[in-house]
Ligand binder design. Structure first.
Ligand SMILES: *Cc1c(COP(=O)(O)O)cnc(C)c1O
Length: 330
């Protein structure tokens, strides 16, 4: 099953998850429209249940499982938004979910996932150790691993965001999508271009450790060094054995824009001060791209605010505008 995800798959996903997720609003940003000289719309997906769009993919992947697979339960090593989404979606279906993490994961992240009813396994001192525990649970206890992006049902679920955008802003000339492993960008681009082939879809990553951008440039999946960034949800690789998102992003994205840490911070600050929205770094990159001038609007533009799960003391430091402290916090 390595064929690209198509519009029909995304429409199926939408019906499957309709009563499991929120249809989030899209609002006009007056301040960004004034700057850009074109209407700029914000898709407020950071108000999604669990605080990020990842619930769409997780809900769709779980809804697609047969009764036999459901009884096995799901497992993942993500302590970020995918882990939260999976824990929430599994709980809703009365399924077992196990999230594996290393000893280094901070207590507040651990609590958030525990509150969602997932079992937690703490093993070793690195993400690799946590992944080994996942592999063991798959092999020995028959749990099912649901990956964060490179899976057809995950991509189709994230794509439902693109369908909503084109209904809310049918004349969109460009859609800006935060880009990491590419599940969101692949799904949204397939939906947007399926409905409106002329609409441009651009991926936005941080300049520090953008694995998809490096892979697109190399013509194949490559590894990049992982470095701390304010857009922590955009960190991590795309997998050297990537099956779907690399090919889809290569085929569907019109461009990829990279932002400095200061440009991401400016996005977070603008979201708070002008739009009165609290977003995490990954959710602010669309705003950062417009403010930096790296993205020039040529018509109605939609920015996806993808998540809001930021440490609030870090957020406070950023909106107070102390760049030195941001640097050390990141
Ligand atoms: C996961 C995530 C992304 C990136 O999604 P990919 O499918 O990995 O490209 C962007 N923003 C937020 C808030 C996320 O949690």
């Amino acid at each position: 099953m390595t064929r690209a995800v198509a519009l029909a798959d995304i429409r199926t996903a939408r019906e499957r998850i309709a009563n499991k997720i929120e249809r989030t609003p899209t609002v006009l940003s007056q301040s960004l429209s004034d700057r850009a000289g074109h209407p700029v719309h914000l898709k407020l997906e950071h108000h999604q249940t669990t605080g990020a769009f990842k619930l769409r993919g997780a809900s769709n992947a779980i809804a697609a499982l047969g009764p036999q697979e459901r009884s096995r339960g799901v497992v993942a090593a993500s302590t970020g938004n995918h882990g939260r989404a999976l824990a929430h979606a599994a709980k809703l279906e009365g399924m077992r979910a196990v999230i594996c993490m290393s000893r280094l994961v901070p207590e507040n992240k651990l609590d958030a996932i525990r509150r969602l009813g997932a079992e937690i396994r703490i093993v070793g001192n690195s993400q690799d150790d946590a992944q080994q525990e996942v592999d063991r649970l798959v092999a020995e206890e028959g749990l099912l691993m649901l990956p964060p992006f490179d899976h057809p049902d995950i991509i189709a679920g994230q794509g439902t965001l693109g369908l909503e955008i084109m209904e809310q802003v049918p004349d969109a000339a460009s859609v800006l999508v935060p880009l990491s492993g590419g599940g969101l960008a692949a799904g949204v681009a397939a939906a947007v271009k399926g409905v409106s082939p002329g609409t441009k879809v651009l991926g936005i990553s941080m300049a520090r450790g953008a694995a998809m951008k490096a892979s697109l440039d190399a013509g194949r999946p490559v590894q990049v060094e992982e470095v701390p960034t304010l857009a922590d949800s955009l960190g991590g690789g795309i997998g050297l054995d990537n099956r779907l998102t690399f090919a889809m992003c290569r085929g569907l994205l019109d461009d990829v824009i990279l932002l400095s840490e200061d440009e991401i911070a400016a996005g977070i600050r603008h979201a708070y001060e002008q739009e009165r929205e609290i977003v995490e770094g990954a959710g602010a990159v669309g705003i950062g791209a417009l403010l930096s001038g790296k993205m020039k609007a040529k018509g109605p533009t939609v920015l996806i605010l993808s998540g809001r799960n930021i440490d609030m003391s870090l957020h406070r430091r950023i909106v107070c505008g102390d760049p030195a402290q941001e640097e050390s916090a990141a």
